[in-house]
Design a protein around this ligand. Sequence first.
Ligand code: ADP
Length: 260
Amino acid sequence: LQTQLNQAQKMESVGHLAGGVAHDFNNMLSIILGYGNIILEKTKGDDPLHEYAQEIIDAGSRSASITRQLLAFARKQTIEPKVLDLNESLEGMLKMLRRLIGEDLELIWHPSPIWQIYMDPSQLDQILANLCVNARDAIKGVGSITIETGKTTIDESYCSGHPGFIPGEFVLLTVSDNGIGMDPATIAMIFEPFFTTKETGKGTGLGLATVYGIVKQNNGFINVYSELDHGTTFRVYLPRHAEPITSAEKKKDAVILHGR
Ligand code: ADP
């Protein structure tokens, strides 16, 4: 629990800092991009300046995309949770995920009967998109990404072996890949904000920190199993949603107490 608390505090302070920096950075980037575009327009294709201006714009655009991610990470988004059927939500996201992972990889969708959950649909999008992008990037050449759902009851004995877990009924979302996998030293770092092994410009190291934050905010848990050269499985546990309003509560609203 202590490490989970530390992680949450760290993300909060990193979020504040990153958000402030990203905001100022964004303003300066728009100046760089603005003048870059003017130079591009004022020069001809055979002028070396034209090419340099294009490079300024390309690098500026990549930086703008990183600052956008930083801002999204830092922003305290107002969330609008809804009662969701995870299978239905996922069904609706498959097209988007298919595009995200590209045409070369196989996407396997394996739904099982589940319970309802209560969360903001866009947070679910963020979890899935981040896990799938990472799975995609981990696969070199051919491979497949499998998305599964299920339900599970976590009991006391499981909790004693898994620090941070709390007993209860959970809906399970699993994303696995048969990519390059991770060694234990990497696994220990992956939820840290800004930890990335991807080349500059490709990774921000905010994907899994964001996923972790969302899962925690929804009182869930996340697990990772990974084997070098074999692949990785992320398991997200989201609490089962009990009936939003029980019939007893509904009745209570309608009752009028008459005095004598
Ligand atoms: P980013 O994707 O920007 O690097 P993340 O926080 O999403 O940031 O991921 C952090 C790191 O965790 C990645 O750079 C990679 O080393 C590792 N990682 C995450 N998912 C996987 C995966 N499915 N397979 C192998 N490594 C992974």
